[in-house]
Structure formats: structure tokens, C-alpha cells
Write a protein that binds this ligand. Sequence first.
Ligand code: ADP
Ligand code: MG
Length: 226
Amino acid sequence: MISVENLTKRYNTITALHQVSFTTRPGIELVVMGPSGSGKTTLVNLIAGLDSPTGGRIVVNDMEVTALSGDTLTAYRRDHVGIVFQQFHLITYLTALENLMLAQYLHSIPSESDALDSLDRVGLRDRADHLPSELSGGEQQRVAIARAITNDPDLILADEPTGNLDEDNERIILDIFRQLKQDGKAIITVTHNPAVGKTGDDILYLDHGKIVSPPVREKNDFPVLH
Ligand code: ADP
Ligand code: MG
């Protein structure tokens, strides 16, 4: 169970998030939709424990993330969360396999067979020895997803995961997410892309840092609630 309670984040005079509350759970993909600047990346960074809020609480499986610091916060990030970014963030001089094994090294003892299994899950086992520059954008994002799941996190956070991809690759990534949630992962995806929104089990709309009702005027651009 993941619970976000009255989460507020201010950067000096800018309120990036204001009293945001929601819950989600394993086996569900929650999509948070909102335009640029609505606070999506801020939300992901807070849940990932990469930044701390001005107010409110985040609880992930009985861990109060917002109360953690130092080693316990590092352990939370390492053992419980996998993050997928729009820009992939692969290390350019390491192969796909080495990128995964580096992530494992930071977590525990690297296991080549576990890393290959993760690449298999995203359909890229045969590309293990390729550098990111030898892979397409969609393939690089699949490696990044394999990296995010190789430590078997409870929660996967995705920030505009298909933002740099064409529609075919978007579909492949969304299929991988569908399988991950069937395996019982909780997924929180933030996006401004209605096509991604449509694939979520639950959907929330963020506007100027607040949870809002589905925008009526743009209703043709936004997925209908269930
Ligand atoms: P989104 O991901 O939806 O585009 P962000 O979470 O990146 O939105 O940003 C939300 C708001 O917070 C924006 O107005 C942005 O300019 C501001 N913001 C984000 N990060 C910082 C920061 N480090 N310092 C100051 N303002 C920030
Ligand atoms: Mg963003």
C-alpha cells in the first residue's frame, strides 16, 4: 500500500505541490496526468526519496519515507523503488548488461544471470553486449526498465517514460508495464500524454500542483475515467 498524504513542496515562492493526497497499491498502475509545470517530476522525486517535502507524508509498505534519512533512506531507494526517466540515463560506455550489473552492484552482489533474466523480460537478452549508442531509443528505454526492475522493487516510478519514443515503442513499453503490474508491482507513471493515461487502472489529474477533477474543456484530449 502506498499512501501520499497532504504532500506539499515549495521552492522559495513557487508551490510545486499543494496538499496532494492519494493511495495506490500493488498490481495497479496509477497514472498522474498533468501539463508541463504541474508538479509531476516533483511528485516522482519525493516518492523516490530523492527530495524532501515541505509538508505531508509518504508511506510505502509501512515505511514512512518522509521520516527516513541517511542509511535508511538510501536503503529505501536501493531496495524498494525502481525509477524510469524520460531520458533513460544509461551509462554510455557500459553495455546493456553492464548497466544492469552496475545497478545490482550498488544494491547487492551483481548476478549476471539475474541481469540477463531482466533483459529477457524486456525482450533484449540478445542485445546484452550492445552499448546504448548501438540501441534505438525504445530499446534504450527497455534497458532502463530492466535496470529498474533488476533489484525486484515493490514500486516502479516512471516520469514521462515514453516521452522520447514513437508510438510503436510507446506500445511496447506500456505492455511491459502491464506485465509488471500483473506480477504485483505497484506502478506510478506521470505523464502529459493522454495515450499513456488511457492505459492506467487509476488516473489522477494534477494542475498547478493540485489534484483536480478531469478538465472539462479538454475532455476529448483526456481519457475518460473508467
Ligand atoms: P512537471 O514535471 O509537471 O513539468 P515539475 O515538478 O518539474 O513539473 O515543476 C513544477 C513547478 O516547480 C514548476 O513551476 C517548476 O518550475 C518548479 N520547480 C521544479 N523544480 C524546481 C527547483 N529545483 N527550483 C525551483 N522551482 C522548481
Ligand atoms: Mg517533469
